[in-house]
Design a protein around this ligand. Structure first.
Ligand SMILES: *Cc1c(COP(=O)(O)O)cnc(C)c1O
Length: 388
């Protein structure tokens, strides 16, 4: 998609005739919609997916956000939901029933993994996890019960990519739905649907929102698939996006292309700096020349976001702690995709640090926000003095 299309989608599309000539769209803070006649009431009631009847189904502010995201992803339709996790569960559950099987990449988002390993087995749905970098391994795990191949490229701690066009092509032959969590790349840097993937979903809490002030998720795909998800899961589960959240999302997305450019530039500079540092063993950023799957990365992505990991040459928890605590600009937290830079040391996952495997003590994830990269590098440089 070229820049002109993105500008049109984010600043103009479906905003030509706003009430009172307003530049900013209104927030339709309403639970129900009323109809001038019996016939219009009947039409809406009997085809809720295509009408605004009740805000648990559709709402004009929510639809405006959906139309913009669908256009960015090149999708027939998008459905906004209350969180990224709701996007994952709604999309997966729409295509399985008791007895079915899923193939999923290793190290996927934690709550996706919990859904697949703890929740769905209660309903007779099983999952096999495979190394997603190996397309043959994915199809070796496929059985005649496999209904979904679930992807995340890259995985958000280990940064492993999958060959989306090859996987999509093979899956289509076998009538298996392919679903990808495209949160890392955003629709600005990767459009999986154009590579044959069926469903591309996002935690819009991250870059699409971009300001760390909303929780949201979105599912994109063909109109038929998204209509099915709405009728079957979304209306039942009630994972409803509220109109104000949708409005904040629209507002956040106006700056998406310029934010992504800045995240990319900042991440490249910071990753390149870390790569040359004597205390750093390796940097896992898909846009670096040294990245293991760089050829695939260049095929999949037109740019990179602000999230990457690196491995310190350090196995001492107390030093990692000092390093993390002494950072001034990087905040210590989960999540990513906002304006702020964040650090997430892998060792923090263990209530007892001694349980962290030795080779993962030095594993650290960074989110490069919108601060000046030179300031971030200085912050890291000062803190790395605590690692000997
Ligand atoms: C955060 C995240 C999610 C879940 O999104 P929520 O909005 O927090 O529910 C899903 N996938 C990835 C890759 C994420 O980083």
């Amino acid at each position: 998609m070229d820049r002109k299309d993105i500008s049109y989608i984010l600043h103009h599309m479906h905003e030509e005739d706003l009430p009172g000539n307003a530049v900013s769209p209104p927030i339709f803070q309403t639970s129900i919609f009323c109809f001038p006649s019996f016939a219009e009431f009947r039409d809406a009631l009997n085809d809720e997916v295509n009408h605004c009847l009740y805000t648990r189904g559709n709402n004009p502010t929510v639809m405006l956000a959906e139309q913009k995201i669908a256009a960015l992803e090149g999708a027939g339709r998008a459905k906004l939901v209350s969180s990224g996790s709701a996007a994952i569960s709604n999309a997966i559950m729409a295509f399985v029933k008791s007895g079915d099987h899923i193939v999923c990449v290793e190290n996927c988002y934690s709550w996706a993994e919990i859904l697949l390993t703890k929740y769905l087995p209660r309903f007779g749905v099983t999952t096999t996890f495979v190394d997603g970098t190996d397309t043959d391994a994915i199809f070796a795990a496929v059985t005649d019960k496999t209904k979904i191949i679930y992807l995340e490229s890259p995985t958000s701690f280990t940064f492993k990519l999958q060959d989306l066009p090859a996987i999509a092509k093979e899956a289509k032959k076998r009538n298996i739905k392919t679903i990808i969590d495209n949160t890392w790349a955003t629709p600005i840097f990767c459009n999986p649907l154009s590579m044959g993937i069926d469903i591309s979903l996002h935690s819009a809490t991250k870059y699409l929102g971009g300001n760390s002030d909303i929780l949201a998720g979105v599912i994109t795909g063909s109109k038929a698939d998204i209509d099915l998800i709405q009728k079957q899961e979304f209306m039942q589960m009630g994972t409803v996006p509220d109109p104000f959240m949708a409005w904040l999302l629209i507002r956040g997305m106006r700056t998406l292309p310029i934010r992504m450019k800045a995240h990319f530039e900042g991440a490249m500079k910071t990753a390149a700096y870390l790569e040359t540092h004597s205390k750093v063993e390796s940097v896992l950023y898909p846009m670096l020349d040294s990245f293991k799957q760089i050829a695939l990365s260049r095929m999949l992505f037109t740019g990179g976001s602000g999230l990457f990991s690196f491995q310190l040459k350090c196995k001492k928890i107390d030093q990692i702690e000092k390093f993390v605590n002494s950072l001034m600009l990087f905040k210590r937290s989960v999540s990513w995709g906002g304006y702020e830079s964040l650090i997430f040391p892998n060792a923090v996952k263990y209530p007892n640090p001694a349980d962290c495997p030795a080779d993962r003590i030095g594993l650290v994830r960074l989110h490069i926000g919108l601060e000046d990269p030179e300031d971030l590098i200085k912050d890291l440089d000062d803190a790395l003095k605590y690692i000997d």
